[in-house]
Design a protein around this ligand. Structure first.
Ligand code: SF4
Ligand code: F3S
Ligand code: FES
Length: 233
């Protein structure tokens, strides 16, 4: 089957602005994924096409892009889920480095701002810091994040106000705020109580819809907002 593929291309050394380019690619809709199409274009038609990818199995989070209008991982979307006409563009709202590669520095700096790591100053036990199954369940969902940026770059509040810390950072803060072994929840809640923190969320749900890991992002944001109110940060 032939796929009509349109890709938004941009080379900062050559182009003043992004432009669409079309490709016809032979594909098997039952077997192939979007990443296979991109490889075929790059290896057989135009070696200058630039995109990120690593694991090819939905684990590393490096190949999120806008596919037929929705943020998805190229390695996870099977062609049979789409039609014969497919458009691909870089993640919206982030600066484009080249073609489908966006600059993730702002995204990662927001992530770093919420201390996405365990803080515990007490003496390390001989084996491990134990946790009950019920306590672990509180953070089950938010531990699944692979930092693909699909959520933050699909959020209209982030487009309108790029200073907004964004859903991905809040998800990763949630993962430690509700970890019973962690001691820095109040600090994180204080950071997220800032004017560019959780209050910028308007419960639009695009983030939840975009997440390739099925994380209930909007719910996590609401839980963090509630914790801020309860602790009166
Ligand atoms: Fe990606 Fe989901 Fe993590 Fe957002 S929460 S960065 S969409 S895996
Ligand atoms: Fe944005 Fe998600 Fe909130 S799309 S407004 S962060 S629910
Ligand atoms: Fe790793 Fe797609 S290439 S998630």
């Amino acid at each position: 089957m032939q796929i009509d593929l349109r890709i938004l291309r941009f080379d900062p050394e050559r182009d003043k602005k992004p432009h669409w380019e079309s490709y016809v690619v032979e594909a098997d809709p039952k077997m192939d994924r979007i990443l296979d199409l991109l490889h075929r274009v790059k290896w057989e038609q135009d070696g200058t096409l630039t995109f990120r990818r690593s694991c090819a199995h939905g684990v590393c989070g490096s190949d999120a892009m806008l596919i037929n209008g929705r943020n998805r991982l190229a390695c996870k979307v099977r062609l049979e889920q789409l039609g014969r006409k497919i458009t691909i563009a870089p993640l919206p709202g982030l600066p484009v480095v080249k073609d489908l590669v966006v600059d993730m520095e702002g995204f990662f700096s927001k992530l770093r701002s919420v201390q996405p790591f365990l803080v515990n100053e007490s003496v390390v036990p001989a084996r491990e810091r134990r946790q009950s199954a019920a306590d672990r369940a509180l953070i089950d969902d938010t531990t699944k994040c692979i930092l693909c940026a699909s959520c933050t770059s699909s959020c209209p509040s982030f487009w309108a106000k790029p200073e907004y810390v964004g859903p991905a950072a809040i998800v990763n803060a949630h993962r430690f705020i509700f970890d019973t072994r962690d001691e820095a929840a109040d600090e994180r809640l204080e950071i997220l109580a800032d004017k560019d923190g959780v209050w910028r969320c308007r419960t639009i749900f695009n983030c939840t819809d975009a997440c390739p890991r099925g994380i209930k992002i909007t719910q996590a944001i609401l839980e963090v907002s509630q914790a801020i109110q309860e602790r009166q940060v």
